[in-house]
Design a protein around this ligand. Structure first.
Ligand code: IMP
Length: 235
């Protein structure tokens, strides 16, 4: 895996980071998801050494109890910062907003069908709730009531919080699309089997290869914006 290196148990991680004389700058990414690590590592390129919370001595769940994507991503980044004694770090938080559900599941996307965070259960619930809303909207239309949000339009939104030298920076990425009526594809994760991006209207994101998905994805956009900022800082 590119740019991911084991580093020793880090009590003095931040101090070590500050006096790091190599040309690579260490940044902790608050995730345990190997796909996200690979994506971030590729986007950040060779100037940055990406390390995981576990490699920074942080084990167990990182709290995320915020009411917005921004609050959650900040909470996760702040947790890493506090528990490493001030290491440079970043965290992401993503939500799926569905128009016919009034923006749900949004910040609750991971736990939509319960605390087990099961993606298949989340998709089942999503399709079920959309069916209910569509039925209600068609009744409303039959009675001449306008249903403004009665579409399958949806979008993924990601907010990335970067803490660099103690300063906080926020980056956002959005992927517009719609929700399919049933699952298709084996790739990706989460809601990908039912999400159809506007860029590839004839298949779900789970039917795209990883490189194609990363080129258009909400998280890819937010991470590229962060990478641009980091590169401008270290230029
Ligand atoms: P997280 O903030 O990355 O933990 O994601 C929150 C929820 O959105 C989880 O249920 C994820 O499975 C889902 N999710 C995040 N990113 C994607 C994606 O790129 N495709 C599909 N689902 C995603």
């Amino acid at each position: 895996m590119k740019n991911l290196h084991n580093i020793p148990e880090i009590g003095n991680f931040a101090a070590e980071n500050r006096i790091n004389t190599s040309s690579m700058k260490r940044i902790v990414f608050a995730t345990g998801n190997s796909g996200k690590l690979r994506e971030a590592s590729e986007i950040l390129g060779g100037a940055f050494e990406l390390v995981t919370p576990a490699q920074s001595g942080i084990h167990g769940d990182i709290p995320e109890s915020g009411a917005t994507l921004r609050a959650n991503s900040l909470q996760k980044a702040q947790y890493i910062y506090d528990h490493t004694g001030g290491a440079d770090c970043f965290a992401d938080d993503t939500g799926l907003e569905v128009d016919i559900l009034g923006g749900a599941p949004g910040v609750y996307s991971a736990r939509y069908a319960g605390s087990s965070k099961n993606s298949s259960d989340n998709i089942d619930k999503l399709l079920r709730e959309m069916d209910i809303q569509e039925t209600e909207a068609s009744f409303a239309r039959a009675f001449g009531i306008d249903t403004v949000h009665a579409t399958r339009r949806a979008r993924f939104k990601t907010v990335v919080t970067l803490i660099l030298g103690g300063e906080k920076h926020f980056f956002e990425g959005v992927l517009e699309g719609r929700i399919a009526r049933s699952r298709a594809g084996e790739g990706g994760f989460g809601y990908d089997p039912v999400f159809i991006a506007d860029e590839y209207p004839d298949r779900t994101v789970a039917e795209l290869d990883e490189e194609t998905k990363n080129a258009i994805s909400h998280r890819g956009k937010a991470l590229r914006a962060m990478a641009e900022f980091l590169n401008s800082q270290s230029a």
